[in-house]
Design a protein around this ligand. Structure first.
Ligand code: NAD
Ligand code: UDX
Length: 464
């Protein structure tokens, strides 16, 4: 394979958009075309106003602004882009299956299969196909079988190159990753394909940070990394409940254990529960894979991470009800934050959705303010759960574009996302305009509890 000068990426989402924008920015000699079936999404990527990009990530607008139209292109012309590319990244969604065998656990690979079939149908010359999506271990086998059996005699190399970026810090993560992982076949053609992708990343990443493995190790490493990270959050959240009972302070415990270099300080922030499109989906998938090999103990071990997380979300909501005199019926409860973490507009699996769902069940009125999430998304998230009718959700939830309006006349405030701006609010003004006693439930340990108490708030946070 000659030097890569033309790349196509199928899927213009939270991963495809930012990763390819960085490749284009760092490799001006490579033409990068991102394709998607979603016409509105592609139009948003092409919007002249960079504030309207479909993905919010600090710094993304600048990089897209520089490369778009030069060597970075967004289009719905999937076949043309596949035909022209030497290397094709598959970066489509791989959600948890909502039907059939493995429902609620296995990854739904229908979008991956569609991509493989489309590549097979269009390709007229040899291609390197790169799995960028997070996939169950041994998916490359299925992709190969489709490509080899329906292709036009074209030779395909299949690589696994999972993405480790976290939302909200995607640009930093992509510009200076801890490592890039590339898995491929160990025969000479496989090694040549791996080398071709290494050369792309080597344009800005030191070679010692580019790790190469066999395909199966690479596929499984991605699920493993997410499982380990989520396990840390569930572990500290488990301790947070014990802290609340014993007078220990979870932040102090986290600091004390985090200074042990074997444990390390990251991913030890107790919270209302982890969210995001990856952790739950990938662990459920891991559980499913382990079960499918008959490894019940392995499956049960990892499933506990999810069970703990569900418990943490549920106990946050039930604690609010209990503290508010065992009833929130008809009470206005203000939510600060809806996104699953700060600095993103992504709400997938956000803890806020589940806390709201429980409180709506108790007939509360929810008032939401999030700096980056619109009402349409909030209602769509609740409607997706199917707990009640769309009309009932719309009646129970009001969205505000001003946090002070959201908190006005509220009985309580719940902090669900750790947006920095929440710390700088005029909390005296918020207090003055609330029903008394005024409660704050900080699900992210971001507010200054002592200061809030000095104003007059009844303040509760996780793990203290
Ligand atoms: P996403 O839903 O934001 O984007 C996927 C896009 O693929 C959508 O725009 C969809 O329209 C498009 N698509 C689906 N099928 C298509 C087809 N046949 N042809 C063209 N376009 C098609 O998803 P995402 O968050 O970008 O995640 C993509 C993959 O990356 C998933 O496997 C995910 O697990 C993995 N991942 C995500 C993150 C993250 O932080 N979001 C991080 C690492 C890995
Ligand atoms: C995660 C992985 O970090 C990333 O490597 C992978 O590519 C995709 O999945 P992401 O879901 O975007 O990234 O964000 P992350 O920072 O991992 O946070 C996930 C959830 O855990 C968030 O809801 C966050 O608030 C929560 N979290 C994280 C905690 O509650 N406490 C912590 O200490 C860390």
């Amino acid at each position: 394979m000659s030097k890569i000068t033309n790349i196509c990426c199928i899927g213009a989402g939270y991963v495809g958009g930012p990763t390819m924008a960085v490749i284009a920015a760092k490799c001006p000699h490579i033409k990068v075309t991102i394709v998607d079936l979603n016409v509105a999404r592609i139009a948003a990527w092409n919007d002249e106003n960079l504030d309207n990009l479909p993905v919010y990530e600090p710094g993304l607008d600048k990089i897209v602004g520089e490369a778009r139209g030069r060597n970075l292109f967004f289009t719905t012309e999937v076949e043309k882009a596949i035909d022209e590319a030497q290397m094709i990244f598959i970066s489509v969604n791989t959600p948890t299956k909502t039907y059939g065998l493995g429902k609620g656990k296995a990854a739904d690979l229908k979008y991956i299969e569609l991509c493989a079939r489309q590549i097979a149908a269009v390709a007229k010359d040899d291609k390197i196909v790169v799995e960028k999506s997070t996939l169950p271990v041994r998916t490359a086998e299925a992709v190969r079988s489709i490509l080899d059996n329906t292709g036009n005699g074209v030779k395909f190399q299949i690589l696994s190159n999972p993405e480790f970026l976290a939302e909200g810090t995607a640009m930093e993560d992509l510009l200076a990753p801890d490592r890039v992982l590339i898995g491929g076949d160990t025969d000479p053609e496989g090694v040549a394909a791996i080398d071709a992708l290494v050369e792309v990343y080597a344009n800005w990443i030191p070679k010692e940070r580019i790790l190469t493995t066999n395909v199966w190790s690479s596929e499984l490493s991605k699920l493993t990394a997410n499982a380990f990270l989520a396990q840390r959050v569930s572990s500290i959240n488990a301790m947070s409940e014990l802290c609340e009972k014993t007078g220990a302070d979870v932040s102090e415990v986290a600091r004390a254990i985090g200074m042990d270099s074997r444990i390390g300080p990251k991913f030890l922030k107790a919270s209302v529960g982890f969210g995001g499109s990856c952790f739950q989906k990938d662990i459920l998938n891991l559980v499913y894979i382990a079960k499918s090999y008959g490894l019940d103990e392995v499956a049960d071990y990892w499933e506990q991470v999810i069970i703990m997380n569900d418990h943490q979300k549920r106990r946050f909501a039930s604690n609010m009800v209990k503290t508010l005199y065992n009833t929130v019926s008809g009470k206005k409860l203000a939510f600060l934050g809806w996104a699953f973490k700060k600095d993103t507009n992504d709400t997938r699996e956000s803890a806020a959705i589940y806390v709201a769902d429980d409180l709506l069940y108790e007939q509360a009125g929810i008032a939401v303010y999030d700096p980056k999430v619109e009402e349409e998304q909030i209602l769509a998230d609740l409607n997706y759960l199917g707990t009640r009718s769309k009309e009932e959700n719309a009646k129970g939830v009001t969205t505000f574009s001003d946090p002070y309006d959201a908190c006005k006349d509220a009985h309580a405030i719940a902090v669900l996302t750790e947006w920095d701006e929440f710390k700088g609010y005029d909390w005296q003004r918020i207090y003055d305009n609330m029903k008394k006693p005024a409660f704050v439930f900080d699900g992210r340990n971001v507010l200054d509890g002592e200061y809030l108490k000095s104003i007059g708030f009844v303040f509760q946070t996780i793990g203290k």
